[in-house]
Design a protein around this ligand. Sequence first.
Ligand code: G3H
Length: 518
Amino acid sequence: MKIANKINITDYLVGGELKEWNGDKSEVFSVIKNENNLPTHLGTVPSLDEDAAISAIEEADKAYNRGRGKWPTMSVQNRIDCMQKFVVEMEKYRHEISKLIMWEICKSKKDAYKEFDRTIDYIKDTIEACKDFDRKGARFIKEDDIFAHIRRGPIGIVFCLGPYNYPLNETFCLLIPALIMGNAAILKPAKYGVLFFNYLLKAFKECFPAGVVNIIFGRGRAIGPPIMKTGKVDILALIGHSSSAVALQDYHSDKNRLRLVLGLEAKNPAIILKDANLKLAVDECLKGSLSYNGQRCTAIKVIYVHKNVIDNFLKSFNEKVDELIIKNPNQEDAFITPLPDPKQPKYLKELIDDACLKGANIVNKKGGEIGDNFVFPTVLFPVKNDMRIFHEEQFGPIIPIIEFDDINMPLRDMSDSNYGQQVSVFGENSKELGPLVDALVNLVCRVNLNSSCQRGPDVFPFTGRKNSAVSTLSIYDALRSFSIRTFVASKDNRINNDLISDMTKTNKSAFISTDYLL
Ligand code: G3H
């Protein structure tokens, strides 16, 4: 594959200015091989230092001005106007952004475009949901002799960090609701999937007031801690690994001030009951465990199969897995693609070796084939709880399979697990499924009946129990996560009633308003 143009990002966005960076930079490579069979050089990004990181939080602090800045006090309609302007700008770069996602994180071309389109839809839907929130708040309620005008207000400064598997979508699912609710943000892109920001820096600069959006580049370890140590971050919004979330929180001097919006790792199981439709179960498990090479927090990461159907399930699942072909992401119908993190093949091999040493076998013919930028999907059976693959989130194309006789076994494993995002359950008998669902809904936050796990549609709540998430994301819930209820109370007397009446008529306050946003 040949890249058309290299991208060298030279600026970062702080305080409404694109600042040129003359210090260290990082080379960006794609693991996709060039004509010399080497990783393809895609460009460079600035590697900012501590001072630059601190300047970002200082500018965000100035823009927010403890809730008195232009952005947090602006009317919702005006904030929406800025967001609409931004989305128009962003849409102009659909091809450039999608192609860079494809190159950097090796997501198939089709899925890279899907990520872009889904993000645009998310922004537009968030605007609509925000109007709806505003309409609900455009009224007074009265209790005893007090009128209350209740709305949702911003929290402050949001430090936003997204993951490499959805570097645009998941990062923006944090950033966009945070902004539209009136917060100021500092965004640090994921470790892979960063070059497309080249096309967005100017749009962010032009569409939002100075300091409201600050975009900084560099190593998380170099720029995350100084930002947190200032104690000025009000919300840590991170989709990624719990170890990063914990480390960043620990730098904050005032934990009760810090709100957390986190989407973390998961180990979602699929449970195949004895009466399951095996064809459906095989197809959904294949998609669920291997879409984007299993590099999704929602991927099925372990499959429990009832002993009566294990042989049939394994036979047809392995056949389907072995039919897959590793392709470069630009190829038509690419499904299994190279792994963007050069360290991942080695890590996955360690998991496979550990399982095999402890009694598991690679049960599909092509399983265990590993190169410097790929791992062929590998089915491991029988997997036991002393193996690393049983506990660790593989985030790659390894599918551990466990046989069960008694449903209490997977239920016990799920209770003992440190994760609790979703489960897929395959079966057709309502007598068995009814009580099972009642147990499962209390172990995870989404039970998928006869279908694979997934985040979407984005109107549904996306969250998890235990170490899988803190707070809930969805178009509606994210607006809540990044805001707080705040209200004006006025005793029913002449002075107050005249004041309120005057303010609603003359639009002297952006908050006190009964205007309906259409
Ligand atoms: O990595 C976690 C993503 O939120 C998964 O989203 O289920 O739409 O692929 P998805």
